[in-house]
Ligand binder design. Structure first.
Ligand code: NAD
Ligand code: ISE
Length: 329
């Protein structure tokens, strides 16, 4: 495990307590005390750097949960070592690094990389995909998406609204519609007072796929009230939308109310568990089948174009990249 911050610790707990067939044997973090603290609870070794973890003879597979800009370096090193690597999103914070990864993996000759797009393992998104694929709502025409976080730290900057946050929607849109985004635009409304001064929050992103589906996405990462993910697909003869996470309905003091989840750990806990269980099983089978380096690269292309769209205020178009046969699903 490279990076023992919030999600690193959550995945360490998952590998240790939930998944069978895997054990965390080595961890690292540039914050050594943080790495030592978690290592002491699971009897793992603390190694000086990510490269020491990757090249350690006891390490069969690598999980990268450090900050986004460090991902590509570690994924490339894992490919060079011939070891399967699970990389949290984003695979790369610049598309040229994503391209280097897909080229290195193809040169190696076998899939080694899986990207942490866990929404593909969420029961609600899976049900939505079944409905779309069944043709029950006719051809999809529009999607309305909302991605709200309660708050973000000062280190979160405006480009992260797409690189770190909207990248989840970019991936799930590609997966749900089996299509790519070829046009992107960003609209910047009045900023919330509940943000650090440097941040544009909220942002509205407008995408179009090569098949002409139009998508609006609200990214609002300081919404205060909770963690709220919404998605509705509008087709020719019907619509399908994500269910809200189940919670009890409370009738009390003249009110009827229910709770809103507060963070991604709660909202996607079951999806993360399934993602890791299937990833470990696929390594044992010798056949990785989850979100690929190509998915990571394709999302980075759209993410870069969206960043350009916000910086220039223009609509940015991009060509649909040709997926190599190596990444055929
Ligand atoms: P975090 O800041 O809590 O943790 C990141 C950790 O990485 C820190 O402990 C930091 O010291 C360490 N680190 C940074 N550079 C390093 C390096 N070169 N080598 C080793 N350690 C290094 O951040 P987080 O919230 O845990 O996010 C980590 C990654 O996981 C990000 O890419 C983020 O986008 C992703 N993430 C994904 C989801 C999801 O829903 N799938 C949720 C949260 C985070
Ligand atoms: C974080 O890294 C995640 O991946 C969360 O799912 C997302 O909601 C949040 O905005 C990101 O910063």
């Amino acid at each position: 495990m490279i990076g023992t911050g919030m999600i690193g610790r959550d995945h360490i707990r998952r590998v240790t307590d939930v998944v069978t067939g895997a054990q965390v044997v080595a961890v690292t973090d540039i914050d050594v005390e943080r790495a030592k603290e978690i290592a002491s609870t699971i009897d793992a070794r603390v190694l000086p750097t990510g490269h020491d973890v990757i090249n350690d003879p006891l390490v069969d597979a690598v999980v990268v949960t450090s900050w986004g800009p460090t991902h590509a370096e570690y994924v490339l090193a894992a490919i060079a070592a011939g070891k399967p690597v699970f990389c949290e999103k984003p695979l790369a914070t610049a598309a040229e690094d994503g391209l280097r990864i897909v080229e290195a993996e193809q040169a190696f000759g076998r899939r080694l990389v899986q990207v942490g797009f866990m929404r593909r393992y969420d029961a609600g998104y899976r049900a939505m995909k079944r409905v779309i694929d069944s043709g029950e709502i006719g051809a999809p025409l529009l999607m309305h998406c909302v991605h709200r976080n309660q708050s973000v730290p000062q280190t979160y900057h405006s480009d992260m609204a797409v690189q770190d946050t909207a990248v989840h929607e970019i991936d799930i849109i590609r997966w749900l519609l089996d299509d790519d985004i070829v046009s992107t635009q960003v609209i910047t409304p009045r900023r919330t007072a509940n943000r650090f001064g440097h941040l544009q929050d909220p942002q509205v992103m407008l995408f179009e796929t090569s098949g002409g589906v139009r998508i609006d996405l609200e990214v609002f990462v300081n919404c205060q009230y909770g963690y709220d993910i919404q998605c509705e697909t509008v087709g020719e003869t019907g619509t399908v939308r994500l269910p809200d996470p189940a919670d009890v309905w409370l009738r009390s003091a003249g009110q009827l109310r229910t709770g809103v989840l507060q963070d991604w750990q709660q909202r996607f806990a079951a999806a993360f568990d399934r993602e890791f269980t299937e990833w470990v099983a696929s390594i044992a089978d010798g056949r990785l089948c989850g979100p690929s380096a190509w998915d990571g690269y394709a999302t980075a292309l759209i993410s870069d174009a969206t960043t350009e769209a916000r910086h220039t205020g223009r609509v940015v178009t991009l060509a649909r990249p040709d997926r190599p046969a190596f990444y055929a699903t």
